[in-house]
Design a protein around this ligand. Structure first.
Ligand code: ZN
Ligand code: ZN
Length: 346
């Protein structure tokens, strides 16, 4: 198969021919039809992820067709259209037994713990609990764009933030994660305030349902500005970027008993940000994380897609081929362009 491979961290990857994967007894091989390019692929490529062993094939936001099935798989067959959460569960640990495969004790992540989907084929373990069937009406590029940022935002807004109609929500950072969160929060009936440093991204945020936007470079104090717009602070706030400044602002702009959900990754030098802990105590704030979403929760999200309440295809920026994915990967930290880049030609 053709695949994007890197043999050294931070050195340009190359497209190479590799042997086709074979399914594990409990796994499947998926023929990749579309796969998203994500900032966490960039984090992996520069060496921020200790799970990655070289040489490595990145890619974790995939959709495709089941090509081969292991002998112990009972729910899936060749030809099924599928996607997969970026965190896969083992099926036997206490977290998996409680239905929380997204924090499995022995989790696997294609593109991190094993070779990923910047390739014609990818192996997926424990297929019975980790694959998600795609509705016939959902195209592969849109399905791939759900895989990481959209489901993480869905879990952040709906399951962790428990956002309800009429509440105020602040979203700090309007990349793929933030724009997804804005669409989802708007769909559940919340009033969304979008914060970014790019007017272009804020304009897109408005078209996706933000009722107010703030350019952080043009206000003296972002948290105070959010508190003023929301008349007392927001009920739920997301750091969708993953930066000490956006994390701090997101906690600081909450109203009493509000919830901060950390969605953007905090790695390397950003891994221990300052937190206004006196405010967390005095205002009984909650600080939560969102680490993807388990396969069995996709039904709720897919139902909102099919009813037209969510339209993730609006977040797709560019569709590219496998060769072009190398440039896209190496430049993922530059915050350029709007929307999600998806590889659709292999
Ligand atoms: Zn598990
Ligand atoms: Zn991702």
């Amino acid at each position: 198969m053709k695949a994007v491979v890197y043999e050294t961290f931070s050195a340009p990857p190359r497209v190479q021919q590799l042997p086709d994967p074979a399914p594990e007894t409990h796994g499947v091989v998926v023929k990749v039809m579309a796969t998203g390019v994500c900032r966490s692929d960039w984090h992996g490529w520069v060496g921020h992820d200790p799970d990655i062993q070289l040489p490595h094939v990145p890619g974790h936001e995939l959709a495709g067709i089941v090509e081969a099935v292991g002998k112990d798989v009972s729910k899936w067959k060749i030809g099924d259209r599928v996607t997969v959460p970026f965190v896969g569960g083992c099926g036997t640990c206490p977290e998996c037994h409680s239905g929380n495969q997204q924090v499995c004790d022995r989790q696997f992540q294609p593109g991190f713990t094993h070779w990923g989907s910047f390739a014609q084929y990818v192996g997926i373990h424990q297929a019975d609990i980790n694959l998600v069937a795609l509705p016939e009406t959902l195209d592969f590029a849109t399905a791939a764009s759900l895989g990481c940022r959209f489901v993480t935002s869905f879990r952040a807004v709906v399951d962790q933030g428990k956002t309800s109609a009429g509440q105020w929500v602040a979203v700090h950072g309007c990349g793929g994660v933030g724009l997804s969160a804005i669409m989802i929060a708007n769909a559940v009936g919340a009033h969304v305030i979008a914060v970014d440093i790019s007017d272009e991204k804020l304009e897109l945020a408005r078209t996706l349902g933000a009722v107010a936007t703030l350019n952080a470079t043009r206000v003296a104090n972002v948290a105070e500005a959010v508190i003023e717009i929301s008349r007392g602070g927001v009920h739920v706030s997301l750091d969708a970027l993953g930066h000490p400044t956006t994390c701090f602002n997101s906690i600081s702009n909450l109203r009493k008993r509000g919830k901060h959900v950390q969605v953007g990754l905090m790695l390397a030098e950003n891994s221990t940000p300052a937190i206004p802990m006196s405010k967390v105590i005095a205002h009984e704030l909650e600080i939560l994380g969102s680490h993807g979403m388990q396969a069995h929760r996709y039904d709720a999200m897919l139902a909102m897609l099919q009813s037209g309440k969510l339209a993730p295809e609006k977040l797709i920026g560019n569709t590219i081929n496998l060769e072009q994915s190398i440039d896209a990967l190496m430049n993922m930290d530059k915050f350029e362009g709007t929307g999600v880049t998806v590889i659709t030609e292999f």
